[in-house]
Design a protein around this ligand. Structure first.
Ligand SMILES: NC(=O)c1ccc[n+]([C@@H]2O[C@H](COP(=O)([O-])OP(=O)(O)OC[C@H]3O[C@@H](n4cnc5c(N)ncnc54)[C@H](OP(=O)(O)O)[C@@H]3O)[C@@H](O)[C@H]2O)c1
Length: 244
C-alpha cells in the first residue's frame, strides 16, 4: 500500500513542493495550514491523492483535533514532516515578547507537541523529519529568535530518537539554506532587501543560484522512505554549499 505522509504547513513554499514531489512518487499526502483559501488552492494543485486540514500548529487543541480527524479518516500514518514555521526579520533589540512568543509557539512549541500527539497514530516503522535551518549554525542578523527556535527543535531530535526507538520511530533533520519561498516576503523584508539577498546568494553560492523548494523535496522523500530506515538524528544540509 502507498505510504501516507503528513506535512504541516503544506500550503506554500517548501511544504507544498514536498507534497507535489511525494504525490508524483505515489505517496498519499496530508497537508495542514491556517488559511482556508490557501489550503483549497494547494489541494486543487495536488489532486486526488492529497488531503488537507485546517490546523494551527501553535494551538494544542487544534493538534488534538487534527490527530483525531486523521485517525478517523486515514488510520495510521508512515511519516510526519514537521515543516510549518514562520520567520520575522527583526533586530535583537527590537524583538518584543509577542514576536518571541509567536515564533517559539509555532516553530518550537507547536512542533514539539505535534510530534508528541502524533505518536499514537505513527506506524512501526515510521519517520519524522524536522525542518530546521542553517540559521542554527550560521549567524544571520535579525534572526535571533528564529535561530533559537530552530536550534531548540534540532536539539530534541537526539532525545526523541532514544525515547521513541522502541516504537520504530526515527527522527532526522533537513536543514535548508536560504530558499526562495513566500517566507521572505512574509518576514517583513523589503523587496529590495529580498532581491539583494537572492542576488548575493546566486553570485556567491557554489551552485550559482538560490536554493528552491524543489531542491528540498527529494531529500525529504529520502528521509521518509525506507531508504533511510537506519538513519537516526542525521542532519542533511540543503544549501547549495552557501555555508562552505
Ligand atoms: N525559505 C527558507 O529560506 C527556509 C530556510 C530554512 C528553513 N525554512 C523552514 O521551512 C519551513 C517552511 O517555510 P517556507 O519557506 O516554505 O515558508 P512559507 O512559504 O511561508 O510556508 C510556510 C507554511 O507554514 C504554514 N504555517 C505557518 N504558520 C503556521 C501555523 N501556526 N500552523 C499551521 N501552519 C502554519 C503556512 O500556512 P498558512 O499560510 O496557512 O499559515 C505555510 O503553509 C519553515 O519551518 C521555515 O522555517 C525555510
Amino acid at each position: 500500500m502507498n505510504k501516507i505522509i503528513i506535512i504541516t504547513g503544506g500550503t506554500s513554499g517548501i511544504g507544498l513542493a514536498c507534497a507535489k514531489y511525494l504525490i508524483a512518487k505515489n505517496y498519499q499526502v496530508i497537508i495542514t495550514g491556517r488559511n482556508e483559501e490557501n489550503l483549497e488552492k494547494a489541494l486543487s494543485e495536488l489532486g486526488k491523492n492529497a488531503f488537507g486540514y485546517i490546523s494551527d500548529t501553535s494551538v494544542l487543541h487544534d493538534i488534538d483535533g487534527l490527530v483525531n480527524r486523521i485517525k478517523e479518516n486515514h488510520g495510521t500514518i508512515d511519516g510526519l514532516f514537521i515543516n510549518a514555521g514562520i520567520f520575522k526579520s527583526i533586530g535583537f533589540e527590537d524583538t518584543n515578547e509577542a514576536l518571541f512568543d509567536e515564533t517559539m509557539n509555532i516553530n518550537f512549541k507547536g512542533a514539539f507537541f505535534t510530534v508528541q500527539k502524533f505518536i499514537p497514530i505513527l506506524k512501526n516503522p515510521s519517520s519524522i523529519v524536522l525542518n530546521t535551518s542553517i540559521a542554527v549554525f550560521k549567524a544571520f542578523p535579525n534572526a535571533s529568535v528564529y535561530s533559537a527556535s530552530k536550534a531548540a527543535l534540532e536539539a530534541i531530535a537526539k532525545v526523541l530518537n532514544l525515547e521513541l526507538a522502541q516504537k520504530g520511530i526515527r527522527i532526522n533533520v533537513v536543514s535548508p539554506g536560504v530558499t526562495h519561498t513566500p517566507i521572505q516576503k512574509k518576514s517583513g523584508m523589503t523587496d529590495e532587501a529580498i532581491d539583494g539577498l537572492l542576488q548575493y546568494l546566486s553570485e556567491t553560492s557554489p551552485i550559482g543560484r538560490v536554493v528552491l523548494p524543489e531542491d528540498i523535496a527529494p531529500i525529504v522523500e529520502f528521509l521518509v522512505s525506507d531508504n533511510s530506515l537506519v538513519l537516526r538524528n542525521e542532519k542533511i544540509v540543503v544549501d547549495g554549499g552557501s555555508t562552505l
